[in-house]
Design a protein. Structure first.
Length: 542
């Protein structure tokens, strides 16, 4: 297939670039710290123009390094975005297309290699600290079984004060500290313990994501009080809490940098800070977002164009704002190029490019003509529902079709929400997902993002030749990644069936006793006599 040949070419280019980068005067096997914020839009950081928030540590990273203003997350939603970041491949290929962990559609297929696998192969000590949303309820999908020596964190969403955190196969319960501080302190501990060997740390903060779907935010009280007067009369009080959460994260990042300096590792450590997707701006969460349109979950710019900062004193020149278009799949090939190692055995072709020449030299002409693809709807991918392609100044975007964008909240969200109360558990997935075949979608819209970054003026009628060209490229891409998703999804289901074949399957009536969402049950349901599996259908039935 033509598109597949392109990606094999990119893998060859990636390996070539490794040799080119290693030929320059770079530190031997530098340490890697990759930081992922949760639901942070470009408008949420001071260095990107927010006039209400203080983020001095992130500001300093931007001042010392490169701030990317045309950086794109691979997806406008958590699990698929993280899958692409972790693998360097479009998330559809990996199997991770949505966030519903109870259905397994957040999982990265076992055949995929992760950030942890790559750097462990190169001789690094690896850790994932914080949020993991790419395979829950089955220990074989957890980070310490996906290439990371240490997993210290949680799955999905979590309470910031009353937490239960994995330490690989053990569980540690809350000791009263704010979870954001706990994660940053664990990162400091990891750096200190591995100061004499190369390490690769994936630090996935939860902030400023709410801890349940109902939108509850939590932050240290003194920071909330700081921001209340700043947003009063402008935004809802919830925004004060959100900004407090971001500042608390920012403060802890300062502890990490301080430890690097203490251990004399700062100039041998490259730090990348990104967000998984854009901000959730609906209702009381609505806040400053610059001139970008859209929301988390949408392929409008605010949903996918997010912050990205790279800092490496002494190697990457500081104080630069870079306008080149960069994609989330670029990070793995870029950072791995610094190890001087070949790809792990059975590694698949990468979609990303090694952008180290851009970061160091400020120039990479091949980025100017590349195509960037996006697609995100619920459950089963639909080509022309919430899809987009960008090429240079042009962006073609298909609006999301309402049925394909809807989530079955009662069935899927409650497992996600009660995870904050219960210690981690295992259970089979419920692999039946809505099939959106034959849904009627809308015609695409065409925007010139240089002249119209807010995506207000549809130019499709004026430039039909651009629409035709970009539509053809997008459709060829989608056909390929959809085929790979089907295979990965089959592999995920087959793996789960085999995993539970000789294991005792938990009884959901007992596992979730006291947590069934009876308030969402049909009228007249009596929680005292009703069988929850007859009311709430679809739990681990193959």
């Amino acid at each position: 297939m033509q598109m597949q040949n392109i990606y094999y070419h990119l893998l060859s280019l990636f390996i070539t670039c490794i040799g080119n980068v290693r030929g320059s005067n770079l530190p031997e096997k530098p340490n890697i710290i990759f930081i992922v914020g949760d639901d942070i839009g470009q408008g949420d950081l001071q260095c990107y123009g927010n006039p209400y928030i203080d983020t001095p540590i992130i500001n300093s990273l931007a001042e010392q390094g490169v701030m990317l203003v045309n950086y794109y997350s691979p997806s406008p939603l958590c699990a698929p975005a993280r899958a692409a970041l972790l693998t360097g491949r479009y998330n559809h290929r990996t199997g991770a297309i949505d966030v519903s962990s109870n259905r397994g559609i957040d999982r990265i297929a076992q055949s995929e290699k992760t950030f942890g696998d790559y750097f462990k192969h190169a001789g690094y000590t690896t850790a994932l600290i914080g949020k993991w949303h790419n395979g829950l309820y089955n220990k074989e999908y957890l980070p310490h079984n996906r290439g990371f020596d240490l997993f210290y964190g949680f799955g999905g969403s979590h309470d910031y004060w009353n937490w239960n955190l994995f330490r690989n196969d053990q569980v540690e319960t809350s000791d009263g500290r704010y979870m954001t501080d706990v994660l940053n302190q664990e990162a400091v501990r990891f750096i200190r313990s591995n100061k004499n060997r190369p390490f690769a740390l994936w630090l996935a903060h939860h902030a400023p994501h709410s801890y349940v779907q109902k939108g509850v935010f939590q932050a240290p009280p003194h920071l909330i009080e700081k921001y209340k007067p700043r947003v009063k009369g402008i935004y809802a009080e919830a925004v004060a809490v959100i900004y407090a959460m971001i500042e608390a994260m920012d403060t802890g990042l300062g502890w990490i940098i301080e430890e690097l300096e203490k251990q004399e590792l700062r100039e041998n450590t490259i730090i990348v800070f990104v967000s998984d997707n854009g901000a959730h701006l609906k209702g009381s969460n609505y806040r400053y977002h610059g001139n970008l349109s859209g929301n988390k979950g949408e392929v409008l710019e605010q949903g996918i164009r997010v912050p990205a900062i790279v800092s490496w004193p002494g190697t990457i020149p500081g104080g630069r704002i870079e306008k080149a278009q960069v994609h989330g799949t670029d990070w793995l090939p870029t950072l791995y190029s610094l190890t001087g190692s070949n790809a792990p055995e059975e590694a698949k072709p990468l979609d990303g490019l090694n952008i180290m020449p851009l970061l160091i030299e400020g120039d990479m002409p091949e980025l100017s003509s590349r195509l960037l693809f996006f697609q995100k709807n619920r459950y089963t991918p639909v080509a022309h529902s919430s899809g987009a392609i960008r090429k240079q100044e042009w962006k073609l975007r298909w609006p999301g079709e309402s049925k394909s964008m809807a989530k079955q909240n009662t069935r899927d969200n409650y497992v996600f929400e009660i995870a904050r109360f219960l210690p981690p558990w295992e259970m089979p997935i419920a692999p039946d997902i809505p099939n959106h075949k034959n849904i009627k979608t809308e015609a695409p819209q065409l925007f010139n993002l240089v002249e119209d970054p807010g995506e207000k003026n549809d130019l499709s009628a004026m430039h039909p030749e651009v629409v035709k060209e970009l539509s053809g490229s997008y459709d060829a891409w989608f056909a390929e990644i959809y085929s790979e998703w089907e295979q990965s999804w089959k592999d995920i289901i087959d793996h789960d069936i085999a995993y539970w074949k000789d294991r005792e399957i938990p009884d959901p009536r007992k596992l979730f006793d006291g947590y069934w969402p009876w308030d969402g049950a049909p009228a007249g349901t009596d929680p005292e006599t009703a069988d929850p599996l007859e009311v709430f259908k679809g739990y681990w039935r193959y």
